[in-house]
Design a binder for this molecule. Structure first.
Ligand code: FMN
Length: 229
């Protein structure tokens, strides 16, 4: 696959084949992802690659907390509910996904099931928990660096036949992830990425999310007007 095929072809994958992912493939994907740029090449990230029993324990504990109404306690700071254009785009992708899955607006049971799937990291065979060094927490740059890494990770995975979904639901209870993955206290849990071979039959996996157009997101300054003939 060339770059455009990867970038335009990739989409979030929310159901996976049972097939295990060889460690060598993940090592290759991680080796590509860590080529991401970072501020002054500080590379503040750590990747905790989880599978099998520890990952299942995280799923079980997350689900139990969710069902018992335990309020989320994430290491990373949230801004509360999205508003305006952010909210509009949040709703748009939810509508696309729910339509694909045949989940009606008022179908509480199916909606709850969808949320629980998220808390189980969509039953992916692999979860990569991305953390960064706590000493950098009060700045904004280490989080930016982790974002660059994760973009590389999902695209490298796609180029290797794997699918991913970046998943905040999986780290809603950061202490659960920290405990079962053995993450030291001097690291901040940033995000997790669920990964595996895509289940091609699962309708939501075919959903292509929309993007704001280039002329809306990019403000070009100092360019000469090109006269089209
Ligand atoms: C920081 C972050 C957190 C996310 N958390 C979730 C999540 O908890 N559940 C989920 O289903 N998707 C999650 N996503 C996936 C986004 O919904 C998805 O990337 C976005 O809708 C664009 O779709 P695409 O990845 O298919 O292009 C997350 C993505 C990011 C970058």
């Amino acid at each position: 696959m060339n770059y455009e095929e990867v970038v335009f072809g990739r989409r979030s994958i929310r159901a996976f084949q049972k097939k295990p992912v060889p460690r060598s493939v993940i090592e290759e994907v991680v080796a590509l992802a860590v080529r991401a740029p970072s501020s002054m090449n500080t590379q503040p990230w750590h990747l905790h690659v989880l599978t099998g029993e520890p990952l299942d324990r995280i799923r079980a504990d997350n689900t139990e907390r969710m069902l018992n109404g335990v309020p989320p306690a994430k290491d990373s700071r949230d801004i509360g509910n999205y508003q305006g254009g952010h909210r509009q785009r949040q709703v748009e992708i939810a509508v696309q996904l729910f339509e694909a899955m045949g989940i009606a607006r008022d179908d509480k049971e199916k909606r709850q099931d969808w949320i629980l799937r998220g808390f189980r990291q969509f039953d992916a065979p692999i979860s990569i928990v991305v953390t960064y060094d706590r000493v950098l927490r009060d700045g904004d740059i280490a989080q930016f660096d982790c974002g660059a890494l994760v973009n590389g990770l999902v695209n490298a995975a796609w180029a290797n036949g794997l699918g991913c979904v970046v998943n905040s639901q999986g780290i809603m209870h950061s202490s659960v992830v920290r405990e079962h993955a053995g993450i030291p206290d001097d690291q901040v849990v940033m995000i997790c990425v669920a990964m595996g071979y895509p289940d091609e039959e699962f309708p939501a996996n075919a959903v292509v999310s929309k993007r704001r157009p280039v002329d809306e997101v990019a403000n070009f300054v100092g360019f000469e007007e090109t006269v089209s003939s």
